[in-house]
Design a protein around this ligand. Sequence first.
Ligand SMILES: Cc1ncc(COP(=O)(O)O)c(C=O)c1O
Length: 415
Amino acid sequence: MSDISMTSTDPAATATHCHEQANTSGFDAEAIDRTSAADLAAIGGDKWTRYPGCIGAFIAEMDYGLAPCIQQAIDNACDHCKLGYIPDPWKRRVAEACAKWQKDHYGWNVSPDIIRPVPDVLEAYEIFLREIVGAGNSVIVPTPAYMPFLSVPRLYNIDVIEIDMLQDGDAWAFDFDAIEQAFRNGCKAFVLCNPHNPIGKVLTLDEEQRISDLAAAYDARIFSDEIHAPFVFDGYTHIPFATISEQAAMQSMTATSASKSFNIPGTKCAQVLLTNPDDLTMWMDRAEWSEHQTATIGAIATTTAYNEGDPWFQDALQYVKRNFTLVDEEMHGRFNKVGYVKPQGTYIAWLDFKPLGITDPAAYFLDRAKVALTDGKECGTIGQGCVRMNFAMPRPLLRNCFDRMYVALHEDGLL
Ligand SMILES: Cc1ncc(COP(=O)(O)O)c(C=O)c1O
């Protein structure tokens, strides 16, 4: 049973939950539907407590509890006191489970020998910046971007070159001319986020090849964040960048994690896939301290997630897809004057309120609608007037979120 169903304050929900058989995967959509904002706040996560009384739609977590197999693995680890520093056998188990997930889901036949644990994807990014890019250099970040891609390089005295994504009809496109210009000016690093948080773009093979060829022409390296890979909507396919060619494998350092797909970011165990042998040598020489900080409980949770959690994840994905349909209907219905490009994956939508004349929509909706969204400016200069919305919440709360936003805009004569 998930935390969510256990903390439901709705007696009807609790009674129904007790008598109903949850899905065999343990993903209980009906219990999730009945979960209130108060229930979520009672769990105590950042998303539902940072702005009391508000709907939490900012931080990238799903509100769907834990897969029962992961809950059991964590309980079992606690019962047997498996909470010491991470030992080599657990590092190996994570690598093997990650390799199997990559093969089963994306056809990537990757050896566990090149997969190393790291507390989180950002730690891998920091190692990429510190060891591969180097102080005094620069990195290209297509924007809008996941916020730390912009803020972290500055800690290493690395300049960020923001290159705005272009809106091409109802899809986003890379500005390849601007990317080439930045490479020509001496930049030697590029951040790929696929699927792309916060715009939900899923890269095509052609786009990946063009990025790889441009990087090759200027001898640049690529950090490929593929943490959202499991969240791809119908009609799109996730293609791991390192698989498209030997050239791409040599260029890239890939980072991933089960943390988004299974709601376990607090357990601290991501993975890097080091397809360039020099990177593996560097990693073993210079990144062991980061491996050491990876949590044993995270290794246990992650291994279980990858090996046993797929049925739960598939049900979670169906729920996310139905929420996406709701988002899409709202954006084409009541909110059709708001700028919006349909996401192709992730559980995040990028909404542009400039057409309504709102310059700071995150502050506006927090104040007027009690909805907490990510301020688009944190995702780059292009994000002025925009917000990032996490729609992986119980569907009735998502409806309520849109209702609150609509009422505020309507009362203010903006919609
Ligand atoms: C694109 C992307 N990369 C990395 C992360 C961080 O993930 P973690 O801290 O679980 O490794 C997030 C979290 O929202 C993300 O959206």
